[in-house]
Design a binder for this molecule. Structure first.
Ligand SMILES: Nc1nc2c(ncn2[C@@H]2O[C@H](COP(=O)(O)OP(=O)(O)OP(=O)(O)O)[C@@H](O)[C@H]2O)c(=O)[nH]1
Ligand SMILES: [Mg+2]
Length: 318
């Protein structure tokens, strides 16, 4: 039985093994990912991002628990671009949700960088696919921070929650413009701390002033994740946003945009790999000689290499 078949049959070990393969030897995972693809597209992907220690994991644990009560299955991926660690155990501790770890309806996994950040984003994307094929209704992707790499990871989500807390110093000023743009929902966690109301008010004011897509104004919720306060409203907010995306066709539009990005990335990667093969196999030495001897210019040489793709040797459409 292949790993893909095992996963479709509900085998948790096959699931864990394919995820590990995606992280460590992605090339070997391709055929299983291909076999799983027709079974994907049903899960709703929720991205959670925000500053370190904001309570993202605690919040995800609470949201997952609520969704389990509603009969939904949940996958949780915690991505930490600053950590080389990967696996289940670390997150098991960090997520502070021991009951969830033993619930077969919940699959928890943490991922570190290992190689490049780009590699991490891609691996995360493929892990989402695997959990989707495995039948998880909701998949949460937690990322630390507010940088570009997190934004890239979060872009794979249907709905993005940005978690903030009181006492971030300059509060709202610390939110980068990119984060404001990607937020579909704001959660001000640690509402038991002083200043939470002010963060909510500042966010609302910022939303009043912003000229983002008028069709959806990100709601702002305040929560105390540690005591489960405000969690139900956030779950409703997530469902509300998904419903909004469905109603105006945006869910499909967003996903198509992602397929496009993904296909382009794969093409780029394959071309690069083949080109490197060509160079190292010595297949381009003659061309190189001609360029060196001024018999051919680099543009013409590049077009010649690309000819099998472009067809006419002049670039543009075949
Ligand atoms: N007072 C208070 N503490 C909270 C709340 N939510 C979480 N915490 C605490 O904040 C700390 C960090 O919580 P995590 O859930 O690990 O936060 P995180 O954002 O996932 O942290 P990183 O993944 O390390 O960035 C823990 O000690 C939590 O118990 C809250 O609503 N109020
Ligand atoms: Mg965390």
């Amino acid at each position: 039985m292949t790993l893909a078949e095992g996963i479709l049959a509900g085998d948790q070990r096959a699931l864990a093994r394919l995820i590990t393969m995606v992280e460590n030897r992605p090339q070997e995972a391709i055929s299983d990912l291909q076999a799983l693809y027709p079974h994907t597209g049903k899960a709703l992907v929720v991205g959670i991002t925000g500053p370190p220690g904001a309570g993202k994991s605690t919040l995800v644990g609470r949201l997952a628990k609520k969704l389990r009560q509603l009969g939904k299955t949940v996958g949780i991926i915690a991505v930490d671009p600053t950590s080389p660690f990967t696996g289940g155990a670390i997150l098991g501790d960090r997520i502070r949700m021991q009951e969830l770890a033993t619930d077969p309806g919940v699959f928890i996994r943490s991922m570190g960088t290992r190689g490049s950040l780009g590699g991490l984003a891609k691996a995360t994307h493929n892990v989402i696919r695997i959990l989707d094929a495995a039948g998880k209704d909701y998949i949460f992707v937690e990322t630390v921070g507010v940088g570009q790499s997190e934004v890239d990871i979060v872009k794979t989500a249907d709905t993005t929650l940005v978690v903030l807390v009181p006492g971030l110093g300059d509060d709202i000023q610390t939110i980068k413009a990119g984060i404001l743009e990607i937020a579909d929902i704001f959660v001000v966690n640690k509402a038991d701390r002083q200043g939470a109301d002010r963060v909510v008010a500042e966010l609302e004011m910022m939303l009043d002033l912003s000229n983002r897509e008028a069709a959806w104004r990100p709601p702002v919720y305040s929560t105390i994740a540690t005591t489960n306060k405000g969690i139900d409203a956030v779950v409703e907010g997530i469902e509300g946003h998904i419903q909004h995306l469905r109603q105006n066709g945006q869910l499909e539009v967003r996903r198509r945009e992602r397929y496009r990005t993904e296909i382009m990335a794969i093409v780029e990667e394959e071309i690069k790999a083949r080109l490197l093969d060509l160079w190292s196999a010595g297949g381009l030495e003659q061309l190189l000689e001609k360029v060196a001897a001024r018999e051919k210019d680099p543009f013409a040489a590049a077009r010649e290499i690309l000819q099998p793709i472009t067809g006419n040797g002049k670039g543009g459409t075949p």
